[in-house]
Design a protein around this ligand. Structure first.
Ligand code: HEC
Ligand SMILES: [Cu+2]
Length: 350
């Protein structure tokens, strides 16, 4: 009888410790996942949270019994006898078979529900064609006149079906957007799809998650989730750009900067006459010198412009929002490209 009550005591106290541990883990959960920016991401994170909670309880229970047994049944000094021969305990066997079955089946059901919800396409969803090639992603919007874009902008709140493809002569890539918790292989000759519904405004990373060659680590791109109105304007702008003549070539270095200005997606968001850009998501860059004086706080215009590109959320131009301009140019562009952009912008195109 006594051993049974000790067993119950250990069981209860480890379960309590496990529950407290689980709550603490849930409370002080470190930010080990990127911010969740979509409906599917929220569902998956909830599933992971419950996996974590249940794992914490099981972990504490197992370690509790382990610790208790090591202490309780330790060999006393001088005791050289063998341990008692113990055979199975049917009750215990049943308990530790049935409980895990319930837990595993419970999670299987919960995960199936999440998967079904995440993969069910609603009517009126958007389609984005994604092409992965060594070593860049590119996007077209087939229902919107096949506009072709380098950065991926999406309106918040719309479900998107990504149709993934790679040219037959290319290699396997994997389209991954950590903030949306999606990832799917992109296989030459075999189209695949993946769905997501971005909901939180902001700039997020798009990466390749399949080692695809020497430039794999550079195969990164930017997802900007915008308000639907901003997005419509952005798309209209992209359409216009597709028809506009290429930026005029003039002066040393400006050609490169002009090319960067359009390839990095600046022209989709900013108006800048020398580049034939008329984006309205961000401020007009034709008055940069004046803005630099207004917002620069004693910095030179050059310092201000550089900072606006590398760390756009540090100073927010009035009438605009933080979190819209990508914060990744400091790493995605070389310092020579940034230098060229700064002087291109300040000289009004040279
Ligand atoms: C997705 C849209 C978007 C893209 C792409 C983008 N920007 Fe911006 N940009 C903004 C917004 C919105 C602001 C205003 C908020 C702020 O001040 O950070 C801004 C601000 C700026 C400013 C400060 C403007 C001022 O008047 O003070 C500069 C300079 C700038 N961007 C340059 C660039 C360059 C260069 C690129 C390309 C390498 C670029 N931006 C790409 C949206 C964008
Ligand atoms: Cu790749």
């Amino acid at each position: 009888m006594r051993s049974v009550s000790a067993f119950a005591k250990v069981g209860i106290s480890t379960l309590v410790a496990g529950a407290i541990g689980a709550v603490l883990a849930a409370w002080w959960l470190p930010d080990w996942l990127p911010p969740a920016a979509g409906i599917e991401a929220d569902r998956e994170d909830t599933l992971y949270l419950w996996l974590l909670v249940v794992s914490a309880v099981i972990f504490c229970t197992v370690v509790g019994f382990l610790g208790y047994s090591m202490w309780k049944f330790r060999a006393r000094p001088g005791d050289m006898s063998d341990g008692a021969p113990i055979h199975g305990h049917t009750g215990l066997e049943i308990i530790w078979t049935v409980i895990p079955i319930i837990i595993v089946l419970g999670f299987a059901v919960a995960a199936t529900i999440v998967l079904n919800k995440n993969e069910s396409l609603k009517q009126g969803h958007m389609v984005v064609n994604v092409t992965g090639r060594q070593f860049a992603w590119s996007f077209t919007f087939p229902k919107r006149g096949h506009v072709h874009t380098g950065i991926l902008a999406l309106p918040a709140g719309r479900q998107v079906e990504f149709r993934l493809h790679a040219p037959d002569t290319d290699v396997i890539h994997s389209f991954k957007i950590p903030a949306l918790r999606i990832g799917e292989d992109v296989v030459p000759g075999t189209p695949t799809t993946v769905d997501a519904t971005p909901t939180r405004l902001g700039t997020y990373a798009i990466v390749c998650a399949e080692l695809c060659g020497i430039g794999h680590s550079q195969m990164r791109n930017i997802l900007v989730v915008m308000k639907p109105d901003d997005w419509n304007r952005w798309l209209a702008q992209q359409k216009k750009l597709a028809k506009a003549p290429p930026p005029s070539q003039s002066g040393n270095g400006t050609t490169d900067a002009a090319a960067t200005f359009s390839s990095a997606g600046c022209s989709g968001c900013h108006t800048f006459k020398p580049a034939n850009a008329a984006g309205t998501v961000g401020p007009d860059l034709d008055n940069l010198t004046a803005d630099a004086a207004k917002y620069g706080k004693g910095e030179t215009a050059e310092q201000y412009v550089r900072e606006s590109i590398v760390d756009p959320d540090k100073v927010i131009v009035s009438g605009f929002q933080p979190g819209v301009m990508p914060t990744t140019f400091g790493t995605s562009l070389s310092s020579a490209q940034i230098d060229a952009l700064v002087s291109y912008l300040l000289k009004g195109g040279g």
